[in-house]
Each structure stands twice: as C-alpha cells, then as structure tokens.
Write a protein that binds this ligand. Structure first.
Ligand code: ATP
Ligand code: MG
Length: 568
C-alpha cells in the first residue's frame, strides 16, 4: 500500500480525555476513534492489528483442537433468565425490547447460549470433551468505561466453552486452554502472570486470570517470590499477623469515652487530632447491598475489599451508601459513623475482631469514641476476611512476604462445573445409556483490550513499538525526496520485491517533509524502516530498527535480505 492513499489520521496533540499511554497513542496514531464514552471504531491500521491478534488466537485455539463458530450478539432473555443472570448482571447488561414487547439483550458473555447449543447438538459421550469458541463483539454497560479500549462498553472477546463428561474431562480442557493462552500471549510478546482469581458472578469451582504487568492496570496482583503464590488482590486471603500474641483479657479494656473532634472527618484528620495511629482506629463503612444497608469495619490503614464483602453478602449490587443515607442511618455526617449503637448488620474484618481500645466515629457529627471494645460496647453480626491484602502482608501459602503489583486482565479461565448445563438442561447420554449433565469450562480473552495492553508494554517517547507478530505492517520504505526519479525508482523496486517475498510493506510516497513522515512512522510503530536517500547512486540505503533505533547502511539487496531474515 502507498501511504499517500492510506487513512492514517495521526494527531499532534494528546486528546484531552486520554489518561494512559495506550489510549493516547492509539488515538494519536490514528488507529481508533471515539464515538461516545466506551465505544470506539477501528481505523485501517488499528483494524490490521486487531486482525493479527485474532489470527494468533485462531492458530493457537486450533492447535488445542478448539472449533470456531459465531453466535448472534442480540439474544432473547430466556437463556439468561434460566441461569439467573438476567438479574445478576444488573445495570451492566444492555437490555432492549422488540416490537412485540419481548425482552432481549446484547450479550455480555455467552455461557448460557453455548450450553443451549451444546444441548441441541451434542448427544453422546463419544463426542466429549469438546471445545467451541467464537471471536465476537460483547456489550457491557460498564459503570466506569475508561482508558479507551481497556474498559469499553462494546469490545471484542474470544470466548471459548468446553463441554465434558466429568471433572476429569474439564481438567483436560482447562489445561489445554491454559497452555493455548500461554502460547498466545508469548507470541504477542507480552510479559504476564497467571493468578488465582475470584469467580464472581460466573460461579464455578475455580478460576485463573492472565495479567499483563503494567502501571496502567486496574487490577492489583498479590504475589510471593518465595513460594510462587500469585492471586488477584480481590481474592488473596489475608491472614492475621501475630495470632499468638492475641490476648483476649477484658481486664485490659479501658473505659470508653466520647471526645469532641470537630471537623475531623478523615482517618488522617481524626488520628492526627487524637494523636494516635491509623492502626488504632476502625473505619465504619456503610454499604448499600441490593436494598439493604450494612456496615463493614476495617482497620484505619486498611482497604475494604468489595469483592470479599459482596461474596459474603451474596448480593448483586454493592455500592457505598450516599451521604444522605449515611446521615439518615447514623444521625451524623459522613466521617463520624461508628458501630456503637448502630442498628444494622456489622461485618467486622478478622483483624478488627482482635483489636482493643480502638477509636471509632460516635454517630454524632464532630465526635469520636475512644477505647471502644467489641462485645463490651457492640456486637458483630459476622467476622470475616474483608480487607484487601497489602505489600508486606503474610503470604497465605508459605507465610513469606507478599509483594503487590498492578496488572491488566487480558484473559480469564473458569472451571464452571454444571451450573449452566443444569440451567439449560444440557445433558449427554453416557456409556450406560444414562443422561448426565455436561461439565463446562469457560475461557475468555479480551481481544480489543489486548491491543491496549500490548501498547502499554511496548512504547517509547516517539510512539508505539509494535512487536513484529502484531505490527500493522512490517516495513516502511521511505524515499526521502519523492520528486526524485532514482530515489523513487529504487524505493519502488525494494517495495515490490518485499511484497513479492510476502513481507507486509508500505511505500511512504507522501509529499511531506521527511521529518514529518519519520515522526508518523515512529508514532504508528512500524518495526523496520528502509530509507532511500542521496546515496542511492551508490546503491546504499538506510535500515532502521524502530525498537532499538539502530541504523545501518546496506545495499538495497542486503536490506531486502535482512528484512526477509527477520520476518519470514
Ligand atoms: P473486569 O474485571 O476487567 O471487568 P471481567 O472479569 O468482567 O473483567 P470476563 O467476564 O472474565 O471479564 O471477560 C473475559 C475478558 O474480557 C476479560 O479477561 C477482559 O480481558 C475482557 N473484558 C471484560 N470486560 C471488558 C471491557 N469492559 N472492555 C474490554 N475488555 C473487557
Ligand atoms: Mg467486568
């Protein structure tokens, strides 16, 4: 392709609403454009990258004997109603009605639908295990669409589903998908980790996520270098620091006192004012769990883990209560809630249950209580691990020291069991002629999110540095002066020879200054640039590697051979 004919709408300015590198660079490089929040179109260069990523996925899925098919995105409600997820997805599901008033949705994920298809097409144990997959557009009305392709409302997912006779078949399919995912992400040049994950609304007995390490990641990974433990912080279990030191003697309890703390709303303000540590204070956080208000209590320096709290409560929607609700329930402004005298469920973090003489809000604006103690001053409804693990915490596997990093979830694999096959009545006939439910697994890759994840790990001050395996084109051939015959002729010849050899090349024949063209090519991240300049009279061209910036002078034949060696 000649660049003069291509749609490459690069931008000089960084778009105002783009916060992370991948979002900025994909927009600036003219690879995607935004329609509305969380909805993007792929322009030609971006689409080529997407297709490359899809191709790698297709090849590796085929190697794992998974078969591709495609389902509709527009789905009638029934399948999701039988599994219960019509409600569970809540506002995240895009729902609509047809002209007859019948309920439909735009599929957020397809476990139910694949179970229905397997039910009607797979009859005998002889066909099992089997893996089916699709690469298809998904719709989720995310509460906070952001970071461009990273968390969008319309995105492409590769979703695979395995059907087996029993747990053993599931283990075989799960392992085969795990291995395929490793091959896929390796080929895309990603630095990633596999971590234990929460199964969330999906259900099932276990799951793991593939996390691309990046500061831009929305997930937090807890891992231990000593024993290899790695888990999403949503899931990572928190152990007590010093279980042996806990003395429960009530003789150590001091009398509870109410102290005036005017305007001291935050943990920092209150502890500074009371001259104590955040570890001596307990935060009382009010949550709206579906329609019920509950209080969750964690130590002042800890973070509440909403996933753990949601799992304990078994609710669909969990949100922090708004200021109005807080003052209605506690009788005080936000910042002064406390457990003493509070007539709602109080869920205590494990660690809080072992604290003595601590500080809490007094449920009265401008006041805190000090020397508060559990059982004497209030009763817990439940004591659970509801905090998020932090750097330096005890490893739940070997009691070593936990490290914490950020990651982008690009893949998630689940052992589902029979939850969806039971709901859909998806059964097979076993060797004894008896009906049995199929045992399912589900395996997702965020295909459009991968585009962003690859950019996060492969960029520099000049733009994107695509790994060869996913680059939109391998080589750009650039005649410095497009008006000059010999330069143009040689460039054209190199370009043609590369195309004949099966190399994906572009010829940069734009009538712009070379500096402008070089900047664009660096920004869009073409891995190799062959520049044809004045030395063409001696058959010398420049060969430049985008990643290292290294330039060498070669004859045109040598340059072509070098490209072929790199790419083919
Ligand atoms: P997240 O926790 O990031 O919302 P999820 O657990 O809801 O992800 P899954 O249901 O497991 O995601 O979906 C499979 C894959 O689809 C994810 O691993 C992720 O890569 C991708 N994905 C999920 N939601 C989005 C989104 N809003 N935008 C882009 N990709 C997404
Ligand atoms: Mg999600």
């Amino acid at each position: 392709m000649r660049t003069s004919q291509m749609l490459i709408p690069t931008l000089r300015e960084v778009p105002a609403d783009a916060e992370i590198e991948s979002h900025k660079l994909l927009l600036r490089a003219g690879m995607i454009t935004k329609l509305v929040s969380g909805i993007y179109s792929f322009l030609p260069l971006g689409y080529r990258i997407l297709m490359k990523i899809e191709q790698i996925i297709r090849e590796e899925m085929a190697r794992s004997e998974a078969q591709e098919l495609v389902m509709s995105a527009l789905r009638p409600a029934e399948g999701y109603q039988s599994s219960g997820r019509w409600d569970v997805f809540g506002p995240e599901m895009f729902k609509l009605k047809d002209r007859h008033g019948r309920d439909f949705c735009l599929g957020p994920t397809h476990e139910e639908i694949f179970a229905e298809v397997a039910k009607s097409t797979i009859k005998s144990y002889k066909s099992l295990p089997m893996i089916l997959y699709q690469i298809q557009t998904k719709y989720r009305d995310e509460r906070r669409p952001r970071f461009g392709l990273m968390r969008s409302r319309e995105f492409v997912m590769k979703d695979a589903y395995s059907f087996g006779k029993d747990a053993n078949d599931l283990d075989i399919s799960y392992k085969s998908m795990y291995d395929a995912y490793c091959r896929i992400f390796d080929r895309q040049g990603l630095d990633y980790m596999v971590v234990d994950a929460d199964t969330g609304a999906m259900g099932g007995s276990g799951s793991q996520e593939f996390m691309v390490k990046s500061y831009a990641g929305e997930d937090v990974i807890a891992y231990c270098e000593k024993c290899g433990y790695a888990a999403n912080s949503e899931k990572a279990e928190c152990l007590l620091d010093n279980e042996d030191d806990i003395i429960s003697s009530e003789s150590l309890y001091k009398p509870m006192e109410k102290i005036s703390t005017p305007g001291m709303k935050t943990v920092e303000e209150a502890t500074q004012f009371l001259n104590c540590d955040a570890k001596d204070l307990v935060k009382t956080l009010l949550y709206k769990a579906d329609d019920k208000i509950v209080a969750a209590l964690v130590r002042g320096d800890r973070e509440l883990n909403e996933t753990k709290l949601r799992n304990y409560l078994g609710c669909t929607e969990l949100q922090m209560a708004d200021a109005e609700t807080v003052s209605e329930i506690t009788g005080a402004d936000v910042g002064f809630a406390g457990p003493v005298g509070l007539d709602i469920d109080l869920i205590l973090d494990l660690e809080v249950a072992h604290m003595k003489n601590f500080v809490v809000g007094a449920n009265e604006t401008g006041y805190h209580l000090i020397n508060v103690n559990i059982n004497r001053d209030f009763k817990a409804s439940a004591i659970r691990d509801i905090r998020t693990i932090a750097e330096g915490d005890i490893c739940p596997q070997c009691r070593g020291s936990i490290k914490v990093d950020r990651g982008i979830e690009v893949g998630h694999i689940f052992k589902l069991g029979t939850k969806y096959s039971e709901a859909a009545g998806c059964a097979y006939i076993d060797e004894n002629g008896k009906e049995q439910y199929m045992v399912m697994g589900s395996y997702g890759i965020g295909v459009t999110r991968l585009v962003a994840a690859i950019v996060e790990q492969n960029n520099d001050e000049n733009g994107i540095v695509w790994p060869l395996s996913v680059a939109p084109y391998h080589v750009a051939v650039v005649p410095i002066n497009t008006a000059e015959g010999p330069q143009m002729d040689t460039a054209q010849r190199i370009y043609n020879e590369l195309l004949d050899a099966g190399v994906e090349a572009i010829l940069d024949d734009r009538k712009e200054r070379p500096g402008v063209r070089f900047k664009d090519l660096d920004l869009i991240g073409i891995p190799i640039r062959i520049t044809v300049g004045r030395k063409v009279s001696d058959d010398i061209v420049e060969y430049k590697c985008r990643k290292t910036g290294k330039v060498v002078e070669l004859s045109s034949t040598q340059a072509i051979e070098k490209v072929k060696k790199q790419i083919l």
